[in-house]
Design a protein around this ligand. Structure first.
Ligand SMILES: *[C@@H]1O[C@H](CO)[C@@H](O)[C@H](O)[C@H]1NC(C)=O
Ligand SMILES: *[C@@H]1O[C@H](CO)[C@@H](O)[C@H](O)[C@H]1NC(C)=O
Ligand SMILES: *[C@@H]1O[C@H](CO)[C@@H](O)[C@H](O)[C@H]1NC(C)=O
Ligand SMILES: *[C@@H]1O[C@H](CO)[C@@H](O)[C@H](O)[C@H]1NC(C)=O
Ligand SMILES: *[C@@H]1O[C@H](CO)[C@@H](O)[C@H](O)[C@H]1NC(C)=O
Ligand SMILES: *[C@@H]1O[C@H](CO)[C@@H](O)[C@H](O)[C@H]1NC(C)=O
Ligand SMILES: *[C@@H]1O[C@H](CO)[C@@H](O)[C@H](O)[C@H]1NC(C)=O
Ligand SMILES: *[C@@H]1O[C@H](CO)[C@@H](O)[C@H](O)[C@H]1NC(C)=O
Length: 839
């Protein structure tokens, strides 16, 4: 009886083996060594990037499975990634997956969605994960981690070198919490070549560096992978390995530098030393430099702050590539790299190292993070002038930070992140000065929808949390030191501002019809709408996912309630319902000043019209600075914030960043730098001290922009022309300013006017704030310029071609005296200065 069964058993076993080989063989992912396992799922499913994930039910990788397959409850909104997050495998006791792999290095990615799973409470998910005897996660508390980074999606990426034929992955519920369980939503394994053991790693200690030898067996955890100066890159956009690259802006501290793209005619040429899988073209093809102004660059460090786990060594890989003419030669740009305030590199010259423009290179450093719990890692760049390079600048294209395993016992696990005391969400369009909550990165590593979607979710949830907190605060109290009486205005005193229901807004905008969008920005969309049976209004719907959050919404309402003037945009009302933040303004038929200057189909504005618009805007700002007790600093003066109504009258808008000016006697306020690059006062930038003169500086840039009709920053131009302010000042110094004046108005400007106008502009953009005029002086001088223009305009016909646009100016009744200011005009100015209440 025994005899016949043996061959049967053998045949059956052989068959099984053959079957599983066949199964493995016709499975694309297994043949290439790539494994995508959707845990708790029985069928195959595609993720948002089109990659096919196999279920772990009955999988050869999950022998004698004893975990529960469970469906995630309370799935977040539809925008979030689905696969592999919809299901999880839950383990109430230890369980080991076993992946047959070829020996060598590979990325291991673990995907977790912190939520409740059927009968399993979200707070009980506390567990460890081991790869053989290497601890990857220890007492990992999914909920606490999710709360700390305000994202429920957690991805952990490791790089391990497997020497035997299988990677065994054990999930173990915590022994320290009763009733805890382990879970996992997805496991991804991507074989890689030997990407770490490069010969050139430096160990940073004090201000010295020494060679560091990378152990071939070493395991690492990816902490940060940043596409510096460029957008997030999803796994699909990576050059092999399905890595996610996040944008670096949330981590920047010391000013945000200048981001730019490669010249179109330039190709990135990889080399045998830097093969194409090192980083995708989109990483090397975008970069962040310090900025176009040497004087600013020499006064600050371009700094990123990255929270990491203390007690580990970190490998930092800096990716560089020069991608813009004219930097093609050695010693044009040379800089320091500081890590944790220590000099990791002097005289970093990318061209010298890479061999030319368009050729990528990278440098690597190892440093110890000292301290306990989570500590900040400081990465900073600063020009190194010791070799007298042509430009005082620095550049970075990409940055990766890996945690190195500790030995004895083998460990990569840090502590759970501390819960934030207060959500760090002061929203900030330029994200300088502030940064994300500690530990935020790991949500943006890997992930099927890429870091970007996850970042959106993170911002969304931060916004919601922030709003709840705000609502709980006692009214009238604010810890931001902005305008006084913050809530009073919304509640009662602001009679002129109406409260709209969401339903009414929906009717006015035909339920936010795309066709009615008249503007898009960092804050969300602006729609044109009808209220009260035909009154045209502009409706700004703040995008909750945007970085301009509730705080700026409230500032804007407060500002516009309390400050009304014919040269400030009028707020009609607002809607704050169902988490919506909506503002309703007077409709400005002619859009922004910027839209009439360049890159536009609008006919060019005649010079006199431009002067009148500048004067209107100056009046608006002068009123802000002087019209109330303390004065208000706008902080974001630019041509896109100067709106034009149906009669082309200028109105200053966008008070989201405005701040009350400090009390007399203490005329400066220290604050995180905000504003728009190209308009930013260098002194404010350097010293982080805000004065009304910062608005004057920005307004000076507006004046040059109006005169020259070009963007204030144009990275397409040669280096010395990138910044309009610098270029205009240098042209004026050389006496060739007329060469860069907008050709459409060049003929119209009278010589007298041309003597004054650029002089005012140049004084406004003086480096030191004490050398700049007050807004009142600026206004006065512009009035003079207009008089000098006006009187001459009678004798010329230059503006007639465009007279259809000359509907109406700020002032009526043209004075007849030439070159001296009329009494009427003087009165007009003085009345405005003396009675700045406006309407
Ligand atoms: C390989 O893909 C097939 C479908 O083509 C799937 O049924 C199978 O489970 C996969 N193999 C493994 C080992 O997961
Ligand atoms: C899987 O392999 C087949 C041929 O073996 C090929 O036609 C198909 O495109 C592959 N699928 C993927 C997703 O690579
Ligand atoms: C589960 O694994 C952990 C970590 O390896 C170990 O400490 C524990 O003893 C294991 N529990 C059981 C029941 O085997
Ligand atoms: C993996 O480690 C072995 C030594 O254990 C080494 O010989 C091999 O080169 C390593 N492979 C990679 C890709 O680092
Ligand atoms: C990288 O280069 C290899 C040839 O050296 C090529 O086969 C591969 O497609 C390239 N990968 C990418 C992402 O460009
Ligand atoms: C590429 O374009 C830049 C200007 O955009 C020019 O200076 C340079 O000579 C061009 N290079 C080549 C190789 O065409
Ligand atoms: C680096 O220096 C700054 C300012 O001096 C300090 O605030 C910061 O804590 C230092 N960072 C580290 C990691 O030592
Ligand atoms: C830049 O950072 C280095 C190292 O921390 C420091 O010595 C230097 O003073 C900093 N420079 C500026 C301008 O902040």
């Amino acid at each position: 009886m025994v005899l016949p069964t043996l061959p049967v058993t053998l045949t059956f076993l052989t068959l099984l083996a053959l079957l599983s080989i066949a199964k493995a063989a016709d499975n694309n992912s297994t043949t290439s060594g790539l494994i995508l396992l959707n845990c708790g799922e029985s069928t195959q499913d595609d993720d948002d990037g089109g990659r096919s994930w196999d279920g772990d039910t009955g999988s050869i990788f999950a022998p004698s499975m004893k975990g529960d397959a469970a469906i995630a409850l309370g799935q977040p909104p539809s925008l979030t990634p689905r696969v592999p997050y919809t299901t999880a495998r839950i383990f109430t006791s230890n369980y080991t997956y076993s992946f047959p792999v070829s020996p060598g290095r590979m990325f291991l990615r673990l995907y977790f969605l912190s939520t409740a799973y059927e009968y399993y409470a979200v707070s009980d998910a506390v567990f460890g994960v081991m790869a053989r005897n290497l601890v990857l996660l220890n007492d990992f508390n999914a909920l606490q981690t999710a709360q700390a980074i305000t994202s429920a999606y957690l991805v952990r990426e490791f790089s391990v070198n497997v020497s035997s034929g299988s990677l065994d992955l054990t999930f173990a519920p915590s022994a320290h919490q009763y009733g805890s369980y382990a879970f996992v939503n997805g496991i991804e394994i991507v074989p890689t070549p030997d990407v770490f053991a490069t010969p050139d790693i430096r160990f940073v200690s004090g201000d010295n560096t020494s060679p560091f030898t990378f152990d071939a067996d070493m395991s690492l955890q990816t902490m940060y992978r940043l596409n510096v100066g460029g957008p997030a890159i999803s796994p699909k956009g990576d050059s092999g390995f399905y890595r996610s690259w996040a944008n670096d802006a949330p981590y920047i501290l010391g000013g945000f530098g200048l981001t730019f793209w490669k010249n179109d005619n330039l190709t990135i040429s990889y080399t045998s030393r830097v093969p194409n899988y090192t980083a995708p073209v989109d990483v090397y093809g975008t970069a962040r430099s310090m900025g176009p102004t040497a004087q600013i660059n020499l006064n600050y460090n371009l700094t990123w702050i990255l929270p990491v786990d203390a007690g580990f060594f970190y490998l930092l890989r800096f990716h560089f590539c020069e991608i813009k003419y004219p930097i093609t030669k050695v010693n044009q740009r040379s800089f320091f790299i500081y890590i944790n305030n220590q000099t990791a590199q002097e005289q970093m010259d990318v061209i010298f190292r890479s061999g030319g423009i368009g050729r990528p290179t990278y440098t690597e450093y190892v440093i110890m993070a000292i301290g306990s719990g989570q500590v900040d890692m400081w990465i900073a760049l600063h020009p190194d002038l010791s070799s007298k390079p042509q430009y005082s600048d620095a550049i970075l294209n990409g940055l990766e930070v890996f945690k190195l395993q500790n030995y004895g016992p083998s460990n990569l696990a840090g502590l759970n992140p501390p819960l934030p005391q207060k959500p760090d969400v002061n929203p900030n369009r330029l994200s300088s000065g502030e940064r994300k909550t500690k530990g935020g990165i790991q949500a943006t590593i890997g992930g099927t929808a890429g870091g970007f979607a996850l970042l959106l979710i993170a911002l969304f949830s931060m916004c919601v949390i922030y709003r709840r907190k705000k609502a709980a605060k006692s009214p009238g109290k604010t810890d931001y030191g902005h305008v006084k009486h913050p809530t009073k205005c919304i509640k009662s005193t602001c009679d002129l501002v109406r409260h709209f229901s969401f339903a009414k807004i929906q009717v006015a905008t035909k339920d936010f019809d795309e066709a009615l969008i008249i503007g898009r920005g960092g804050f969300g969309n602006v729609y044109i709408g009808d209220i009260d049976g035909g009154t045209k209004v502009a409706i700004k719907r703040c995008d909750q996912k945007s970085q301009q959050g509730f705080h700026e919404f409230q500032t804007e309402i407060e500002m516009l309630c309390n400050f009304r003037h014919r040269h400030l945009v009028s707020l009609i009302g607002y809607c704050e319902e169902k988490n919506e933040m909506i503002l309703v303004y007077d409709y400005m038929a002619h859009g922004t000043l910027c839209e009439h200057l360049y890159n536009t189909r609008n006919p060019p504005l005649p010079w006199q019209q431009r002067l009148e618009i500048c004067i209107g805007a100056a009046r608006g700002l002068h009123y802000l600075h002087t019209g109330v007790e303390q004065g208000i600093i706008h902080r974001d003066v630019k041509t896109t914030n100067i709106l034009l109504d149906d009669r082309l009258m200028a109105k200053v808008s966008d008070f989201g960043l405005s701040k009350a000016s400090p009390d007399i006697g203490n005329t400066q306020m220290s604050t995180a730098v905000k504003g728009t690059f190209g308009y930013l006062d260098p002194e404010y930038f350097r010293q982080q001290r805000l004065t009304k003169k910062s608005d004057v500086y920005s307004f000076g840039v507006v004046l040059f922009e109006t005169l020259c009709a070009r963007p204030v920053i144009n990275t397409e131009l040669p280096y010395e022309q990138v910044s309009l302010r610098d270029w205009a000042v240098s042209c004026r110094k050389k006496g060739v300013l007329e060469e860069i004046v907008d050709p459409c108005v060049k003929e119209e400007i009278t010589p007298e006017c041309f003597r004054i106008f650029p002089e005012v502009a140049e004084k406004c953009v003086a480096d030191r704030s004490i050398d700049r005029p007050s807004m009142g002086d600026v206004l006065w001088n512009l009035e003079v310029a207009l008089q000098l223009q006006d009187s001459a305009s009678y004798n010329t016909s230059c503006a007639e071609g465009a007279s259809s646009l000359q509907i109406s100016g700020v002032h009526s009744g043209k004075p007849s005296t030439n070159s001296t200011i009329s009494v009427a005009a003087q009165e007009a100015i003085f009345s405005d200065i003396a009675h700045p209440e406006g309407r």
